[in-house]
Design a protein around this ligand. Sequence first.
Ligand SMILES: [Zn+2]
Length: 236
Amino acid sequence: MKLDVLVIAAHRDDAEITSGGFLIKMHDLGYKTGVLDFTRGEMGTKGTADDREREAETAANAMGLSIRENLGLPDAGVAFARENVLKVVGVLRRLRPHLVVLPYWEHRHPDHTHCCQIGKEACYFSGLKKLDSDGEPHRPHKILYSTYYRDVRASFVVDISNQFDRKLEAVSCYGSQFDRTPESKQIFSPGIDIFEFLRTRDRAYGIQIRRQYGEPYVVSEMIEIDDPMKMTVPSV
Ligand SMILES: [Zn+2]
């Protein structure tokens, strides 16, 4: 198994909400994609960890993932600890992704912040030959940070206009969370239906690149443009 893209997320359904369109698009383009969830969702107000396992599998199929794994870390207890970094190193060495997507480094939920720190360190240490870990060294080429949950200026937006409907389908696989009852509107963002949230948020990012729908990402490095004549978004 050699993945092209691996999305690392704290909770089941994070990958769908923040990067569902991106994952479906990469699959459409012929790339092998996967998701590593850190936790099983046992702290959720609605549904059980077993419910969410079934839902995550259905959503994985809806997004065309080649693999979806779960690290089994405690929900609402993801610690930035060496042992957790090494667990992720083991996954990276086995799945060998070229591109890794992490949550942005600042988040309201500590699990997301720690997921970012653990993922970033793991990407680095995974390339060290003498690290005390099984598997051949592997360092992903690129890390993208999803800023979907944050109002941070994105480095770029991925056009997901052709994937947006399927993204909604993937999120709707989480029937235990988003069943359109009044209580489910309190889970994600109080008073707001998740599907309405996705529609407005993805639309707002899409507008910024003059497309229908988009998802935002930050990269730490400078972006190289080979031919500025081919830049798509007009300035005026
Ligand atoms: Zn989350």
